[in-house]
Design a protein around this ligand. Structure first.
Ligand SMILES: [Zn+2]
Length: 290
């Protein structure tokens, strides 16, 4: 089962998050019929959304990540709430690229590097909080790190990984994020930076059966981390017939009449879960007359 944990190190200087997302990555790839590279790209953004969802405080808070790098996959969107229920999609999930020169899935190439990563936090205030950074590599992990460093000014290290088999099936997916507390000893940052350079990849750890707690113990080299929160992760779409109907109604009478004349019915597919909703002529007529 996919799990998310939030923790603090034994010295109280580092807050840390880790998630295992293998199930979620496979499920999203199946729903969207993703190519192997697109599956990895979408899984990384979903994994980031799970981690960032853990930073939300209120029950109703909602976080959206939008990545647009000008690459063949188009835009990738992921949404998470504070219960770490996530959903996501990519514009062109079937787009693919050959393996990169290192023999790895070319996520950076598929996403592209000429664009931005946008984070929208709806915290129930009048206006949502919006932060944006230019993409660093399109590999997502680096881009999330850049987002926290520039947009939120929190020293952060992020690792997001998806491991695929020879046949390109997803073997493991997961990630972690580490942040220094404002009053942390600068020596800790140096030590962490050195350690992060040559530790094992997170997807490989998850593949070897490491739980998110064990991933953090290993990454922080600390057997006494304190787990503050642990949740199971779910891919959930909150679309419904009523919600889609409200969207249709919001198009206005004129537009609904156009659909009626041209199509005879309205067919709408949810981007996030591919659920198809059909509204027959009679229903459309009712919307117009109301
Ligand atoms: Zn849906």
């Amino acid at each position: 089962m996919d799990i998310a944990v939030r923790a603090i190190d034994s010295s109280g200087s580092i807050r840390a998050f880790a998630v295992s997302t293998t199930g979620l990555a496979r499920e999203a790839a199946a729903i969207h019929k993703c190519s192997a590279t697109a599956a990895a790209a979408l899984a990384r953004v979903l994994t980031a959304a799970c981690i960032m969802g853990m930073t939300l405080k209120d029950e109703k808070d909602l976080l959206t990540i939008q990545v647009k790098g000008g690459g063949p996959i188009g835009k990738i969107i992921a949404v998470a709430n504070s219960r770490v229920e996530v959903k996501g999609y990519a514009d062109f999930p079937q787009a693919d690229l050959p393996l990169n020169p290192l023999g790895k899935l070319d996520v950076g190439g598929l996403v592209g590097r000429n664009g931005y990563l946008l984070v929208i936090k709806d915290l129930g205030l009048k206006e949502p909080y919006i932060g944006q950074v230019n993409l660093v590599s399109g590999e997502i992990g680096d881009d999330i790190t850049a987002y926290y460093s520039y947009s939120e000014q929190v020293p952060t290290a992020t690792a997001l990984g998806v491991l695929v088999d020879r046949d390109l099936a997803i073997l493991a997916a997961g990630g972690y994020m580490i942040q220094l507390m404002p009053d942390a000893d600068p020596g800790i940052a140096d030590r962490l930076e050195k350690r992060l350079k040559d530790i094992e990849a997170v997807s490989s750890l998850v593949n070897r059966g490491y739980t998110p707690e064990q991933v953090l113990e290993y990454v922080l080299d600390d057997k006494n981390i304190r787990i503050l929160e642990k949740r199971s992760l779910k891919l959930v779409c909150d679309c419904s017939r009523e919600r889609i109907e409200r969207v249709l109604i919001s198009l206005g009478k004129e537009e609904i009449r156009n659909i009626l004349e041209q199509e005879g019915k309205a067919e709408i597919t949810c981007h996030f879960c591919n659920q198809r909703y059909v509204f027959q002529a009679e229903e459309l007529k009712n919307m117009v007359s109301q």
